[in-house]
Ligand binder design. Sequence first.
Ligand SMILES: Cc1cc2nc3c(=O)[nH]c(=O)nc-3n(C[C@H](O)[C@H](O)[C@H](O)COP(=O)(O)OP(=O)(O)OC[C@H]3O[C@@H](n4cnc5c(N)ncnc54)[C@H](O)[C@@H]3O)c2cc1C
Length: 408
Amino acid sequence: MYGQKKIFGVYGSKANNYKDLLLLFTTNLFIHLSILYDIGIIGGGLAGLANAIQMAKAGLKVILFERQQYPFHRVCGEYISMEALPFLQNELEIDPFEHGAIQLSEFRLTSPAGRQLIVPLDLGGFGISRYTLDELLYQKATEKGVTILQNTIIRQTEKQINHWQLTTHQEQTFEAKTVIAAYGKRTQLDQLWKRRFFQQKSPYIGIKYHIKYAYQPLHQIALHNFQQGYCGISRIEDDKYCLCYLTTRENLRKHQNIAQMEKEVLRKNPFLDHIFDHAEWLYDAPKVINEVSFAPKKLIEQDGILMCGDSAGMIAPLAGNGMAMALHSAKILSKCLIDYQKGDIDQKTMHQNYQKEWKKYFANRLQRGRQLQSFFGSTLLSELLVITTKNLPFLAQKLIKQTHGNIF
Ligand SMILES: Cc1cc2nc3c(=O)[nH]c(=O)nc-3n(C[C@H](O)[C@H](O)[C@H](O)COP(=O)(O)OP(=O)(O)OC[C@H]3O[C@@H](n4cnc5c(N)ncnc54)[C@H](O)[C@@H]3O)c2cc1C
C-alpha cells in the first residue's frame, strides 16, 4: 500500500518546526487508529466506479460512497460510443457484449414533420442498460477490494492538515488522503461549494423508458426531434430498447404532465407517434431528472477535490458521448493519481497534469456539444438540419465526429 511508507512527511506534507511535527505526528496516529483511505470517491456512476477499479488495481486503498443501491435505473440514452470499448474490456475487465450489449452502426435523424436521414456511423457504439453496466462495474470494484458504501450520501467535505474528512447523511465520518467528486450532473455539494453553474437554473429535463418495439432496426440508433426537444431510441440487452428524451421544463409546464406533453408534442413527429402506438412499455412510470445543465464547471474545487465525469462538465446528450467521456476522464485522472500516490510527482504537478489532459480531450468537445444542442428543439432549425444533411450526408458525418473522440 503506497500510503504506509511515510512516517513524518505525512502524505506529502512537510513539518517546518517541532510544533508542526508534533501536530502531524498526533494527527497521523489518530488517522491510523481509524482508517485512512488513499482515495475517497463521492458517487458510483461510470466515472466513480472506473476510478475506483483502476486505483484498487494499482494497490491503493479506496472507499466509494453511492447514494443509491445497485442495480438501479438511471436517466440515460444508454448508447455508448465505441471509443470506450477497449478501456472497458482491457482495463476495467468488463466485456459488455458478454452481457447482451448490441452494436449500433447506423444513425437515423428525423424532423418533427417526419423528414429523415439515415447515415452509417463511422465508429459507432453499443447499447447496454446502465442497470446492467453499473452493476457489472460495481461487482468488479468490489472484487478488486474497493470498500463501497451504498445508500450513503456525502453531505460535507472538510480539509484537515493532510487529508480530507467526509461526512455522510448519517453523520458518520471517513478519512481519505485524496477526494474525487464523481457525483454526476448536480448535487447538494455543488450548492455547498457555491459552484457557479448551480446559481443558474437549467431549463432541461430528461425522461426515460425501457420498451419493447418490433419496428426499430437492430443496429440503428435514432434521434427523433420534436418541438423543444429530441428523443433517442436504441437497442439494449434482452430484446429491449431504451427510449430517452430531453426537453424543457417549460414544455412540460405548458402541457401539464408527461402523458399530455407526449400526446400533444412528441407524437407530432410521425416516427414517435408510431413508437407510442406500438411499443410495450416496461416501466410503471417514466424515470425523470431535472436541472440538466451543460454550463462549464471547474475541474478542481475546494483547493484539491478532483471533479470527474459529469461533475467536471456535461456534454449535451444528443452527442451520445457523456458515458465515454466519464470513463475517459476516469482513465486520465486515475493515471495522474497513481503517479502522485507512488511519489513520482507532487500534488501540484498532479493537478496540472489532470487539468492539461482534461482540457486536451474534452474542452472543445463540450463546446461543440453546446453549439449542436442549440440546433435542436426549434422545429424550423431541425427541419433545416435534416434537409441540409440529407443533401450533404458528409456534413452529418462531420457533425457526429465533432462531438466524439478517438478510441482510448
Ligand atoms: C437525458 C440524457 C440522456 C443521455 N444519454 C446518453 C447516451 O445515450 N450516451 C451517453 O454516452 N451519455 C448519455 N448521457 C450522459 C450520461 O448519462 C452521463 O454523462 C454519465 O452518466 C456521467 O457519468 P458520471 O459517472 O459522471 O455520473 P452519474 O452516472 O450520474 O453517477 C453519479 C453518481 O453519484 C451519486 N451521487 C450523487 N451525489 C452523491 C452524494 N452526495 N453522495 C454519494 N453519491 C452521490 C449518484 O447517485 C450517481 O449514482 C445522457 C444524459 C441525459 C441527461
